[in-house]
Design a binder for this molecule. Structure first.
Ligand code: TXA
Ligand code: MG
Length: 330
């Protein structure tokens, strides 16, 4: 996949304060030496991202929690044992040396041990924490292949380690353990039920609505074409009523009706995990095909679909009368 030599060169670049894009099991990250404020600043410039947004620090294993967090509660050790390496980020009170670029001026730090072998190799070769948001431009959908990273960032990043397509496909679950009770800030592959079961405590129910970044801008994990979420039975009617020029793209778990006028009809996977893996790549393909409107079937209001519904809700173009105030994609 990625040679020892490439990993060595990437670690060298990080040490020199440069950016390196690398695969994780969730999405590709745009990494910098987390201990260098100057290096982390370059991430914001490359992404076009406001400096007030905190960045997740990726670490090689849970023993490094003590270095980055001021205190490591029992809950953090329990979740680390159970879900690391893997698609879970924990927000903890930050150690005093954590720079403001990382924490976005807050008193916490987000920490994650990724399981992707290339991410693991890079962390070990580098020997420190790697600050990394998703490797997309601000407000856009996260990249799930090395080619997506190139499309997003072009020359802004010299090294893109190619670890193939990401297995999870959507960003990690974020759980805030810096307050009581713990709260889910972003749903993901690790469900809130799994976390509650591991901790043996109920989670705060208000967490998902809490703004993650004070005064955050409105932004979406969005494709370029407007995206609308429509009940499966109403898709054909909805498309017929549009005055947008073709092509219109549809993403639904059922097949195209025989007399359908839809140019691009993509059948979506039945299982949430498969759906998540393919979602961002599919939306990119619709954009690349020049679609003017993307219609996505509304998904079941069931817990196993929470993470995918969250991403689709953020990607959806708000109705003019109902402007979203959700915290933005980063
Ligand atoms: O799966 C992932 O988490 C990917 C891969 C690369 O690890 N990373 C990722 O990072 O999605 P990013 O920056 O695109 O999204 C991280 C989210 C942001 O909404 C940020 O505001 C939030 O995590 N976050 C980071 N540190 C935080 C903190 N200390 N407190 C609250 N929210 C935090
Ligand atoms: Mg992001």
């Amino acid at each position: 996949m990625v040679s020892e030599e490439e990993i060595g060169k990437a670690a060298e670049m990080l040490r020199a304060g440069e950016l390196v894009a690398f695969p994780t099991e969730t999405v590709y990250g745009l990494g910098a030496d987390a201990s260098s404020a100057a290096a982390v600043k370059k991430i914001f410039a490359a992404k076009g991202r406001p400096a007030s947004h905190p960045v997740i620090v990726h670490i090689a294993d849970m023993s490094e929690l003590k270095h980055w967090a001021a205190e490591v509660p029992r809950a953090a050790w329990l979740l680390a044992e159970k879900f690391w390496p893997g698609p879970l980020t924990m927000v903890l009170k930050r150690a005093s040396h954590v720079n403001d670029q990382i924490s976005g001026g807050q008193n916490t730090v987000g920490l994650r041990v990724p399981s992707h072998p290339v991410a693991q190799q890079l962390l070990k070769a580098f020997g420190g924490g790697i600050a990394a948001p998703s490797a997309n431009r601000f407000g856009r959908i996260s990249p799930t292949t090395a080619a997506h990273v190139r499309e997003e960032l072009g020359d802004a990043v010299q090294i893109v380690l190619d670890g193939g397509a990401c297995e999870v496909g959507i960003e990690s679950t974020i759980v805030d353990l810096s307050r009581e009770p713990p709260a889910i800030l972003r749903p993901g592959r690790v469900s809130s039920q799994q976390i509650a079961d591991a901790l043996l405590v109920p989670l705060s129910s208000s967490g998902a609505d809490r703004p993650r970044v004070p005064g955050s801008l409105e932004a979406h994990y969005a494709p370029r074409a407007p995206l609308k979420i429509v009940h499966p039975d109403e898709i054909e009617d909805y498309v017929r009523r549009q005055i947008v020029p073709p092509p219109v793209a549809v993403l639904a778990r059922r097949g195209r009706p025989r007399d359908s006028k839809v140019a691009l009809w993509q059948i979506a996977p039945e299982l949430p995990e498969d759906y998540a893996r393919l979602l961002y790549g599919t939306l990119r393909r619709f954009d690349d095909a020049g679609c003017r409107l993307i219609v996505v079937e509304a998904l079941p209001q069931l817990p196993e679909w929470t993470a995918v519904r969250d991403r689709l809700d953020r990607a959806a173009t708000p109705e003019p009368e109902a402007q979203s105030t959700a915290a933005g994609a980063t």
